[in-house]
Structure formats: C-alpha cells, structure tokens
Design a protein around this ligand. Structure first.
Ligand code: GDP
Ligand code: IMO
Ligand code: MG
Length: 425
C-alpha cells in the first residue's frame, strides 16, 4: 500500500467527508487538507457532541495525529481563529497538532466583499457562493497578486496595503458600497493570532514524513461536480477538488497516491445555483430533505435534493481514479416504497450515459427503479443484517460504477459506520 490516500466527495459536496475522515483517522499518522477553505463545512459527531469544521482537518480530534493545512487551501485568519478558539473552548487545543503551509493563500476582508460584488453583478446568473471570498482569493493566486500565510512573517503591512488598494479600485469601478472597518480590525488581530501556529514548508514536511514511513490521509473539500475544470462550470468552486488536487495542494507526487476513497450519498444534494439533473421538485424531494436534515452546515441554506445520479458518479469515479466507494446516509432512504437511480440522460430525445459538456441543457434523467427496503437500518452494526433490497441497491451501484462499496454509513455518529470486507482482504 502507498502511503498517501485521498478521500473526496463525488457529488456536489456535503457527502459526509468529515464524518468518514474522523472514522479513518486512527489508521493514519497525518490528516491534510489540500484545497478549498471556509466554504467547507465538515460535520463530525461522537460521544453526543457535534462539531463543524471549516478549515481545520477532521483528524484534529484524534489524539496525537498531525494535521496539516496545505498550500492549496485558502485561509481566512479571522474565521480560522473563531474555529480554533471554539475547539479550544470545548477542550480541544489545536495549536500544537496543527501545521499550516506558508504557501496557503490568505483570504482578505476585501476578497469577501469582492465575492459579494461579483455575485451581485451576475444577477440571476449568480453562482450562489458561500460568500467566503473563495473565488477572488484563488483568482488573485492565479493572477500572481495573492498574499500567502508566509508573508505575515515579513513586511506584511505594506503587502496588505497594496493588495487592499487593488481590491478597492475594483470595487470602486463596480460602484459597490461596503464597510469593512470592523471586519478588518478582527482580521488584522487574527493575523497576529496566526503567528503562534507552526507555519511550515508543507511540501518538505509531508515528503519527509512519508520518507520516514508515515501515512497521510488527504481530506477533500467540496465535491467532484464542483471542480473548477470538470464540474458543472461555471456553477463550481474555484479549486481542483479531484484527487489530482491532492498532488498540487500538498506537493506530493502522483506516484505516492494509493487508495482513493470516493464518498457519495445514497441520494444526491446540491446547495447553491446550477444544474442538477436528478433534482426533485416534489413531495419526495421534500421528504429526502426533511429526513436528511439537508441544510448547509455553514450557511444553513436548504440543500436541493434528488435521486442518485450514476451518470455523474461514474464520471467522478473516472476523474478521481476511485478505488473504494463509501456510501453515506443510506438510512435516509429507509422508508421509501421505491428507490430510483439515474442510469442515463435523455438529451433532446437521445439517451447517453456519458456526462455531457453542457449540463445546463435540458436533461431528462432516465431512471432504474428498485423496491425500497422499508427497514430502520440506523441501529445495524453488521452487513449481515442488511435487508435484501438494500443489498440489491448496493450491488446495482457497484455494477454500474465498477468499484466496490467498502464503507456504509447509517447515521451521523462515528459509531454508525459499517465496513464491508471482501474475502481475502
Ligand atoms: P461534508 O461537508 O462532506 O463533511 O458533509 P456535511 O457535514 O456538510 O454534511 C453531511 C451531514 O450529514 C452532516 O450533518 C452529518 O452529520 C450527516 N451525516 C453524515 N453521515 C450520515 C449518515 O450516514 N446518516 C445520516 N442520517 N446523517 C449523516
Ligand atoms: P463541503 O466541503 C457544498 C458551493 C456553493 C456554490 C459553489 C461556489 O462542506 O462539501 P464558493 O463559495 O466555493 O465560491 O461557492 O460551491 N460549495 C459547496 N457546496 N459543500 C461545500 O463544501 C461547498 N463549498 C462550496 O454553494 O454553489
Ligand atoms: Mg459540508
């Protein structure tokens, strides 16, 4: 087995990555985030407590594990401080177990304003971003105007003033009104707070750990369908959420990558605007939303819900080189007479099982229908207890995607997780 495994979402985010990273962490020495930022909201539940992490890796609750925020991440010091202080208040001091790449880019208060201004300018075509300044920060990175975490150790006031002036000029040209006085004060205080953390050259740090025989679990944020290259562009986030992002976002070579864990919900959700072929605008969609408590972990926004989309999932499996699948929230479908799975798209009367270039086009999903299992599965602890209809659903998905489902999640708690073993493993 190689020593860098990647765990990432195969749908439009919120698949349950936080929960599974927490479950798998005991098997690894290091947990590392490689892209995204506080647009993420990763929920973990154990011992009756619930935590939502945005920038801090989900390995943080497990003993002496090393947690890394990689160079591919965009970090908002103010939100990071809030998150770290909340964890400290609940008895989890992260200062000594968290290492932050000097090459991670800083989200500035004006990036957040730009995010809002660009969304406002798009009108009806807005992306429905999380408003955390993600797009403008990655844009500054790519256009070589960004500020990095390592810059706080140098002549930071001058670099900050210059970057802020650029943003102000853009905002003025857009005629966008804003006031960042309070946010800026908090942000500058948080820059000082950040200095107590170990700021590292994470590419050297991680490669050295690997050379010493340590193992790393990379924690993806968002999901494959939000990838800036391969997702439902332009309704995407601004980073590479796919497995390749782990290489660029941490500085590990592709040959180091071992298992790729692809997570999906037993159905499908999306938050924000953009195409979603299997979205349900009916009572079934509302029922999935209610049963699944499908409201954003960070923004509280209602998530759009629909049946599982195997066309999009197969595309995601291909892009990521998924070796093991993880199916989440199966318990939410416990009470349905019929379960549907999208196996093809009907586009202008032509059926295809290939994810198309233009998914804003009118797509009618073609469904396979299966009987529901109508059994409360949330208390099950072994795959031998699975109802026959549920096993049929699993097999159908495995056959379509050509990859085994190795973990089944039946509830939000750490303990509600069942691993499936193949003979000989
Ligand atoms: P992430 O962004 O991929 O980490 O996922 P989120 O935390 O945003 O959303 C997943 C939600 O589903 C959270 O509220 C979890 O507590 C919850 N959850 C995770 N797995 C399961 C499961 O198997 N069953 C149920 N009922 N809830 C789950
Ligand atoms: P986790 O890691 C679900 C969505 C936003 C919007 C689009 C762009 O918790 O799965 P951005 O703020 O990134 O510029 O928004 O991406 N989005 C997410 N949707 N889960 C997430 O993260 C998301 N992060 C961003 O809703 O449609
Ligand atoms: Mg989330």
């Amino acid at each position: 087995m190689k020593s860098v495994d990647v765990l990432l979402g195969l749908q439009w985010g919120d698949e349950g990555k936080g929960k599974v990273v927490d479950v798998l962490t005991p098997r690894y020495d290091v947990v590392a985030r490689f892209q995204g930022g506080p647009n993420a909201g990763h929920t973990l539940e154990f011992e009756g407590q619930k935590y939502v992490l945005r920038s801090i890796p989900s390995g943080i609750f497990q003993g002496d594990k090393i947690n890394v925020i990689g160079n591919g991440v965009v970090l908002d010091p103010a939100l990071f401080r809030q998150e770290a202080e909340q964890l400290a208040a609940s008895g989890h001091d992260v200062t000594r177990r968290l290492y932050i790449s000097k090459k991670a880019h800083l989200i500035m208060p004006t990036h957040r304003v730009l995010d809002a201004a660009y969304e406002a300018a798009k009108g009806d075509a807005r992306v429905g971003t999380t408003g955390k300044g993600i797009g403008p920060t990655y844009a500054d990175k790519t256009s070589r105007n960004g500020l990095r975490v390592g810059d706080i150790l140098g002549d930071f006031p001058a670099a900050y003033a210059k970057a802020k002036a650029r943003h102000e000029a853009i905002l003025q040209s857009l005629g966008y009104q804003y006031d960042i006085t309070e946010a800026e004060r908090e942000w500058l205080d948080a820059i000082e707070y950040l200095k107590q953390f170990t700021l590292i050259d994470s590419e050297f740090f991680i490669n050295q750990l690997l050379d010493e025989g340590k193992s790393v679990l990379c924690e993806g944020a968002q999901g494959t369908m939000l990838d800036v290259d391969f997702g439902s562009y332009p309704f995407v986030t601004s980073s590479n959420t796919i497995s390749a992002g782990a290489c660029t976002g941490l500085g590990v070579a592709p040959r180091r990558i071992g298992e790729v864990y692809g997570i999906f919900k037993a159905y499908c959700t999306r938050v924000g605007a953009g195409p979603f072929p299997t979205e349900l605008h009916d009572a079934t969609g509302d029922l999935i939303c209610d049963r699944g408590h499908e409201y954003g972990a960070v923004t509280g926004r209602k998530r759009r819900c629909g049946w599982i989309d195997l066309v999009a999932l197969r595309y995601a499996v291909m892009l990521n080189g998924v070796t093991r699948l993880i199916m989440m929230k199966s318990d939410i479908l416990d009470d349905f007479d019929t379960i549907k799975a999208c196996v093809a798209y009907d586009i202008d009367g032509t059926e295809t099982d290939r994810f198309p270039y233009d998914i804003t086009h009118d797509i009618t999903p073609v469904y396979a229908e299966m009987p529901g299992w109508k059994t409360d599965m949330s208390y099950m602890t072994d795959e031998d207890e699975f109802p026959e209809e549920f096993n049929a659903y699993i097999s159908f998905i495995e056959d379509y995607l050509g990859v085994p489902i190795k973990i089944i999640s039946l509830g939000p708690d750490r303990s509600q997780t069942i691993e499936r073993y193949t003979e000989g493993e």
